[in-house]
Ligand binder design. Structure first.
Ligand SMILES: C[S@@+](CC[C@H](N)C(=O)[O-])C[C@H]1O[C@@H](n2cnc3c(N)ncnc32)[C@H](O)[C@@H]1O
Length: 258
């Protein structure tokens, strides 16, 4: 069993597929009853791009990589700015559906209402996005192919705290970005030993009388090769079923390759 295989089963399940299709493509009224909607917490994958990417720094014919892309919404959003966008995820199921969305522009699924009861929903890629700019591949963020090339934009949304060895992924980043390239990392830093053995957590622990924070560890790991630009809060709402939601506040950190 490979490093990434041990705890990835959730991302191959019906439940994960339904939750992430709704999370990436759901209309506000499908995600939550209007009285409760928190508009600032909707459309997270699209906001990772339009709130964190600086379009003025994106060169012509730019390439982008969305690492841990799930069912691909942010990958499509990157195609508004970049001519060639690659989405990589470890889940075979997610990549199959992302490829279906690329080919057909939409996908019908059941979003969970209560228990086994579902409501029919349709995930739709915004019409104005050129889907031909996008490709999806299955891959392991901790063991990427050596010939993947370099990109002008790399997005890693809510991936690092789901990796068994996040530093392995961080170590590869300098070789993945062109000089001046933009790196966007978002994470709520929900460290769980089921995904990441405690010895590999970037932060969220006390050692030698010091409280270790994940953003500080990112700064330490990335600063030789990246200029830290800013961090910001990116709240998001993940609907589990009609009466259960997770409200999460990811921290986005934005970096430029030196
Ligand atoms: C919390 S989800 C975030 C998905 C998406 N980026 C988003 O923001 O909605 C974590 C994603 O990382 C993927 N993943 C987990 N381990 C991975 C690995 N080793 N390599 C690539 N993707 C991985 C999972 O399949 C899942 O799609």
């Amino acid at each position: 069993m490979g490093m990434a295989e041990q705890h990835q089963n959730f991302y191959e399940t019906d439940r994960a597929l339904s939750e992430y299709l709704l999370f990436h493509y759901g209309e506000p009224k499908q995600v939550m009853a209007p009285t409760f909607v928190t508009p600032a917490a909707l459309n997270f994958p699209a906001r990772c791009v339009f709130e964190c990417l600086d379009p003025a720094r994106v060169p012509p014919r730019a390439s982008a990589l969305d690492l841990g892309c799930a069912v691909g919404r942010a990958t499509f959003e990157l195609a508004r700015h970049c001519a060639d966008v690659l989405g990589i995820d470890y889940s075979e199921r997610f990549i199959t559906i992302a490829r279906h969305l690329r080919k057909n522009g939409s996908f019908l699924f059941g979003c969970i209402d209560e228990g086994d009861l579902t409501q029919p929903c349709q995930a739709v890629v915004p019409m104005e996005i050129d889907r031909n700019r996008v490709r999806f591949e299955r891959g392991d963020a901790m063991n990427l192919p050596p010939d993947l090339g370099r990109f002008d934009v790399v997005l890693m949304a809510n991936l690092i705290d789901r990796l068994s060895d996040p530093r392995r992924c961080l170590e590869r980043l300098p070789k993945l970005l062109n000089p001046g390239g933009q790196l966007i990392i978002t994470s709520p830093y929900t460290w769980m030993s089921e995904y990441t053995p405690k010895k590999n957590w970037l932060g969220g622990f006390e050692h030698g009388g010091k409280r270790h924070r994940s953003l500080d560890a990112l700064k330490e790991a990335l600063s030789p090769d990246f200029e830290f630009r800013q961090s910001k809060d990116l709240p998001f709402l993940l609907r589990e079923h009609a009466r259960k939601f997770q409200l999460v506040v990811a921290e986005a950190s934005i970096w430029l390759r030196k």
